[in-house]
Design a protein around this ligand. Sequence first.
Ligand SMILES: C[S@@+](CC[C@H](N)C(=O)[O-])C[C@H]1O[C@@H](n2cnc3c(N)ncnc32)[C@H](O)[C@@H]1O
Length: 1008
Amino acid sequence: MNETNPKIVPFALRDAPALIERLLPVQKLSAEAYKEQMAVHGKTLTALGSYWKGRKPLILNKACILGCLLPATDDPARDLEVFEKLMAMDDESFVVRWKRRGKPREILAELSIGRIDAYFAVDPPGILPVSAPVDWSNPAYAKVKVAWRADLSEMERRRIEARLLPDLPYRDCVDQARRPEEVMDSVHDHIWGPVNAHLGTHAGSFPELVEQLGILRFGHRPRVADTFCGSGQIPFEAARLGCDVYASDLNPVACMLTWGALNIVGGSPESREQLAREQQALVQRVQEQIDALGVETDGNGWRAKVFLYCVETTCPQTGWSVPLLPSRIISKGYRVIAELVPDPVNKRYDIEIRTDVTERELKAAESGTIGRDSKYDEAYLIHRVGGESYKTKISTLRGDYLRPDGSTDNRLRMWERQDFYPRPGDLIQERLYCIQWMRPKRRGRGYDYEFRGVTREDLERERIVESFVAEHIAAWQEKGWLPDMRIEVGGPPRYQGLDLLKARGWTHWQHAFNARQLLTAGLVSEFADAAARLGLTQLLNMSCRLSRVDNSPKGAGATKGAFDNQALNTLFTYGCRASRYSLSGIEDSYKSFPLPSVTWCIRSGPAAQLHQNVDLAITDPPYGDAVKYEEILDFFIAWLRKNPPPEFADWTWDSRRSLAIQGEGEDFRRQMVAAYKRMGECMPDNGIQVVMFTHQSGSIWADMAGIVWASGLQVTAAWYVATETESALREGSYVKGTVLLVLRKRAGQHKTTRDDLAWELQEEVDAQVQALTGLNQQARGLYRDENVFEDADIQMAGYAAALRVLTRYAVIDGKDMAAEAIRPRVKGETTFVDGLIAFAVDTANQCLVPKGIPRAIWGRLTGAERFYLKMLELEARGAHALDNYQNFAKAFKVQDFHAMMASRTANDARLKGAVELGRAEMGEGSGMYQSVLRAVLYALMELAKNLDGDEVLRHLTLNIPDWYGDATQRDLASELAGYLAGQLKTLRPEEASAARVLRELVLNQRTG
Ligand SMILES: C[S@@+](CC[C@H](N)C(=O)[O-])C[C@H]1O[C@@H](n2cnc3c(N)ncnc32)[C@H](O)[C@@H]1O
């Protein structure tokens, strides 16, 4: 350590609140997380397993980890600034994130700079003016060269360059910029001075900073656990930042992906070079064996790229064999279609492949031999013989019938362990109907492609592959190179895997692969080491009987992953990649982020079995029925379980469904409590946890509060980050984001009563809302004119404050909350916890005073008035999700908000304007009865209808109780008119101008 460096005193920050317990710039984080989610294949870890759904954005994970380590000081604005620098969210970082940096000449042309020579070296000197902007069109400057001064700090340089960036809202900036990790080498160069100055550290990199913060808080480099590690997004980010890592998951495929993240993407450059060599050798070895069979070439210089197969069956009405093609289009891009040519003698169809067809022919080929019943979307076979059309439901073809117990069965033969092809006589047959061939272009680079029908030679080659597989399957299964694992059907509501059995009679996972696919994958499996197993899973996903052919204009015969659709349902047609194409998935195409020297440990097992001490736990547990990992990943486990490489040998290669946390019911809560309790036990008293979950419904709050309570933890903050992709964002009401709950161990056995809680809740929620609103004001000064927090965030912070208060107590009204929280729910019952949460949420919502209404005025309004004014504020900002209306109606206790609504469409909800309200809602039964707002709206309606001003005012004085007796009623009316004038400006300009007029009328009214 340098003598002048500040001393890092172990535990100096032991009890400091964490930054994430006080603030988190959720708006900006949402924009960043969204950008990362949209990168799809550009994402850092996706190439390891594109089939894994629900990856938590790395940027979000980074924010959580740093947010736990950084202290919240008594200067929140500075805390926020430093945090944003670390997240590369500050203007100076955008200089580097921007696609290109401004050149000195451009800077001097655009910006006003007092002294050019303070920043730039000018050659020859003395020609340019003292200050910028410089008019470079002046011929005298033609030969002048300018460069940054060598002694200028990176920070100063970036500060100047940042002024050149366009002044856009943050989301747009992010949209146009690169992700921080794409410029990771240089984006943070300028931050360490101000970061260290604020934190009292002496770091020059993240690992250094993280280590120092770890020592300050925990006495050592922080250890981060993720016991639901999934694809490894959280452990990877933790390691990349410089934390030691403990990762575990019940599912071994998750462990394998996490292993890949840490060892491959995080591997050293040397290890990556070695990996590339090994994988190349593996591919070559497999390729040579397949080439030796001569089953992928046509003997004329063409090599197969994709083989297309379809199901074929006999039409019971005509006795014809009919290929089942939902569409006859093979490639829109190449304009290729399949033509069914009847062969009446053999009662079957030849399939001719035609290329370069006309637009009309392409259109006609959209319909094949599969139709869909519009009502139930049930598939049926349809074909024409002798001018007549024959239609048979697929369920009829299969012979579906009801068993006495009410379940359905059918007459398909169940496949046996070593089957890989339908047997003669099976109801469902399979047919190769087209091959896409490729050949290097005669001139230039690239390939020529051709789609061709199937020849006798092609069929002979098929038989060779089939014989080879038939000969080896038993031995290969024995050695574990090929699967022999039974398909276990999943539970409700999706019964994943059931379709494989019911629609095809497949009983084992190997049945989802044809002979060619078994051959290629089997050989890979034979030679694959740990790293290549990851490639194997990608290969299996991309080439199996569940791989769709992409016939779109861009698709050009490519096959898509089976996991593109989580249902894992059977297909009528599928694409089988020839070996060269499918083996390309094995070769190293992974990103590279060599990890700092930290330690990690990956275990397979239930979260409740954590057995290492850790300082932080950042987890993203399964919630609801989102993705049933334990059901769908058997597809891969079947291939990997028998002879795992040494690296994976300690893991249990089974999905262990009974231990998987799932659903939302009792079992879910019990298992979650076991997991989180254990995490608490493995942490020091100042350990911090962040739990991520998808916000689905209000009830989740009560659930999570219960789980936290019963686990002996308490909530210290909660945040909401929108992490979903654009299509979801557009759906308004259905937006899903991620809630982050920050937890600590609950200290002591505090008791309280419900009455005291009410006050405490009110105070805490109020304080939290005030704090964030205040920070917003400060942030506006600091940054562009932007909110750091929006209503929804502040509302969320209100919920958080509520949870914070509630989970502080072990006993409320004499009830042991840990027991109460996991008490079985009775359907329809509102539990004690539900009631407390609802109360807290309402309190939070009530704190959200619309901008432009003084708090004192707000306090005088009825619930219905508050509702109307609040919703109007949201509408003026373009928010129209029905959810909002429902939430606020609840918060303001508006019984019947429907009467105030012009539309209640999910994403296009809207209040009635003054004119639409007309004379309605004036009566005694209405929530607006005798309210000042209702009278004001009535007046606006009259003014909009051009009623005389004096007359309108006279009505107003009659409609507002005690107008002449209580002068504050008049003030209220004018305040409300002023507020409406502002909010309605763009929504309903006529009513806005009526409101302005009314305000004047009220202010100028002579009284007395
Ligand atoms: C929502 S996912 C985690 C996703 C991960 N954060 C990512 O970014 O990929 C939840 C994980 O919990 C695992 N899981 C389910 N039950 C479990 C249990 N009892 N113990 C440990 N892990 C479990 C699932 O296998 C799944 O990988």
